[in-house]
Design a protein around this ligand. Structure first.
Ligand code: KIV
Length: 272
């Protein structure tokens, strides 16, 4: 059966559902989330896949890169998200240093994430160089999402991929290799739009784009960018709301009412 009924009587998004969406040319929506409160709102809004991204390192912890976040910190974020979600498929990033160059460590990291967070799948960045790690994780029955194009954990130059022939050939090779290994989907980050189209057309599994055009089977964004909480100026970000402004104004009103003794009123207080 392609759906699992949850307590809330909502049908869960499964890997089979994502494949069916690709086959029906129905676009897949994916967003990051790192905490219980926002994950609940995102899940209730009908987003298909929630990514507990290692972008938590930037947007939650304030680091400049995704490198410092630890496996235990990812598990903390992921378990908060999992508790909130009734419908979406929850994918958790394996953080930097927990899978590269050692497939046994990769499997141990993936198992720890699955056991301690309750997430449904893991995501790893890279192609050929991490295929052995992906294959070993898959032997334990843990679903894997790939990530090609710009790889923030190891990137030197944050410019889009798919300019030179060699780069295009390697993207195709890696995408095919990962699909053959058994991943269920792949994120394409900042891949030139025609290259993204050709990869999407050639793969049976869904591609999820970020900065890779409408030609992908689905889209992903960082939630803080989408709602205007972050300072992100990336070309691929669309700000659908300005929550920074909303929160700023609410906090200023609160401060002003505290100063003027307008808050709290009797209705916010207790009397015997
Ligand atoms: O960590 C993250 O947010 C990601 C997305 C940018 C795809 O990997």
């Amino acid at each position: 059966e392609n759906v699992i009924m949850t307590n809330q009587n909502q049908s869960r998004v499964t890997i089979k559902v994502l494949n069916q969406m690709k086959n029906k040319s129905e676009k897949i929506s994916m967003l990051t989330s790192y905490d219980f409160t926002l994950a609940k709102i995102i899940d209730n809004s009908g987003i298909d896949v929630i990514l507990v991204g290692d972008s938590a390192s930037n947007v939650m912890a304030g680091h400049e890169t995704t490198l410092p976040i630890t496996l235990n910190e990812m598990i903390y974020h992921a378990s908060s998200v999992v508790k909130a979600v009734n419908r979406a498929l929850v994918v958790v990033d394996l953080p930097f240093g927990t899978y590269q160059g050692n497939s046994k460590e990769a499997l141990a990291s993936a198992i720890k994430i699955m056991k301690e967070s309750g997430g449904h799948a893991v995501k790893l960045e890279g192609g050929n160089e991490i295929t052995e790690s992906i294959e070993r994780i898959l032997t334990a029955g843990i679903p894997v999402m790939g990530h090609l194009g710009i790889l923030p954990q190891t990137e030197k130059k944050f410019t889009f991929k798919g300019r030179q022939t060699k780069e295009i050939v390697n993207l195709f090779k890696d995408a095919k290799l990962l699909e053959k290994a058994g991943i269920f989907s792949v994120v394409l980050e900042c891949v030139e739009m025609n290259v993204a189209k050709r990869i999407t057309d050639q793969l049976k599994i869904p591609t999820i784009g970020i900065g890779s055009s409408v030609n992908c089977d689905g889209q992903v964004l960082v939630i803080d960018d989408l709602v205007g909480l972050s300072e992100s100026k990336f070309r691929f970000v669309k700000k659908y709301a300005n929550l920074k402004k909303v929160i700023n104004s609410a906090v200023k009103s609160y401060k002003s009412e505290v100063l003027k003794k307008k808050f709290p009123k009797a209705k916010h207080s207790f009397k015997k």
